[in-house]
Design a protein around this ligand. Structure first.
Ligand SMILES: Nc1ncnc2c1ncn2[C@@H]1O[C@H](COP(=O)(O)OP(=O)(O)OP(=O)(O)O)[C@@H](O)[C@H]1O
Length: 342
């Protein structure tokens, strides 16, 4: 097991395009660290720099205490799993998984042992003689993971590995990856733009925005105490309601209204209450089964609010509905979007 240290890393692409100004990140040995953020925020660039597929402009990256800046990808002792699987179509599953070991001159019996072991872990024993085209998308992704596992690397790097799978398979494979990582305890860096995937997989969640880290923490910590308006809006689904404090005077203390502050309140923290301070005109009600999302508009006519409620009885479009929230469920942000509440 190896840790990964990213220190003062900067990335400027040719043409003087600075996409990562100065980034620090420490990933402990055995930890699954997930980088999440909107398209273009620099997640893939960071992962590719750790992999050695992209040179870094400034700073240092260490894997297991060893500086890897100048090392080629093959010398870094990492395994990558890509979105498109990158399997060799003409080779069997066994040969695909054995490829890296053969290249390194590993002895035949050792290759047999490791591939069979990985196939067992991944439930691929019955598919070893098949070609990739004879497998489903989920099975192909497992072969790609098998190929990563057999090398017993210092770290796994995952680049959006689930984005080619359909929704159901994505959830299933997500659980498999989590389970696998917990058993193997291999350090992993995982990139996704899907906040739900990030929340469920991560030991350490890193929210990126425009080449910078907005917040690092355990998923539930980030969910419970988002450090900025950006994180508040990005983590959680449906997203946290962001309400200018002066629009709902009764919701938070009066001194917040005058300071250009914003109140964040999660849809699931809004409780139906006929005397509640949050008044909305209901526009759309989404019934999801166990919960319903009520989409409405505040009296100001510009601030949209969502309340997630359980139960059979929900308001209808056009109704006026009122909600309250407990003080502990209010998140206050200053005019710069930084968290000010505890
Ligand atoms: N080779 C390149 N040359 C110049 N700019 C690049 C290059 N590769 C990426 N970029 C730019 O760097 C920024 C970060 O890209 P990156 O692919 O790391 O983002 P990302 O967060 O992984 O996005 P996505 O989720 O869409 O893959 C983007 O603005 C992108 O246009």
């Amino acid at each position: 097991m190896s840790d990964i240290q990213i220190e003062n890393v900067r990335k400027v692409y040719p043409g003087n395009v600075e996409v990562i100004p100065d980034l620090e990140l420490s990933i402990a040995a055995g930890e699954l660290c997930v980088l999440v953020g909107p398209s273009g925020c620099g997640k893939s660039t960071l992962l590719r720099m750790v992999a050695g597929l992209e040179p870094i402009t400034d700073g240092e990256i260490r894997i297991g205490g060893r500086r890897v800046n100048e090392l080629e990808p093959v010398e870094r002792d990492i395994s990558m799993v890509f979105q498109n699987y990158a399997l060799y179509p003409h080779m069997s599953v066994f040969d695909n998984m054995a490829y890296g070991l053969r290249n390194r001159g590993t002895a035949k019996p050792e290759i047999q042992r490791r591939v069979r072991e990985a196939a067992q872990v991944l439930g691929l024993e019955d598919f070893l003689q098949r070609k990739p085209r004879q497998l489903s998308g989920g099975q192909r992704q497992r072969v790609a993971m098998g190929r990563a596992i057999v090398r017993d690397p210092a770290a796994f790097l995952f680049d959006e590995p689930l984005s080619n799978l359909d929704a159901k398979l994505r959830v299933k494979t997500r659980v498999e990856i989590r389970d696998l990582q917990q058993r193997l305890k291999t350090t992993a860096l995982y990139v996704t733009h899907d906040q739900q995937e990030a929340m469920t997989l991560a030991d350490k969640l890193v929210v990126m925005n425009a080449g910078r880290i907005e917040q690092v923490g355990a998923p539930m910590e980030v969910y419970a105490r988002p450090a900025s308006l950006f994180v508040a809006g990005f983590i959680g689904s449906p997203p946290m309601n962001i309400i200018p404090a002066d629009r709902v005077p009764g919701l938070a203390a009066h001194d917040t209204a005058s300071a250009g502050m914003t109140i964040g309140v999660r849809p699931e923290a809004l409780i139906a209450d006929p005397a509640g301070p949050v008044e909305m005109t209901v526009r759309v009600v989404e019934r999801l089964g166990a919960t319903s999302n009520i989409h409405g508009m505040l009296p100001d006519g510009t601030t949209e609010v969502i309340a997630s409620v359980t139960g059979e009885t929900v308001p209808a479009p056009g109704d006026t509905a009122r909600f309250a929230a407990a003080k502990v469920d209010l998140h206050l942000f200053d005019a710069e979007g930084r968290r000010v509440s505890e």
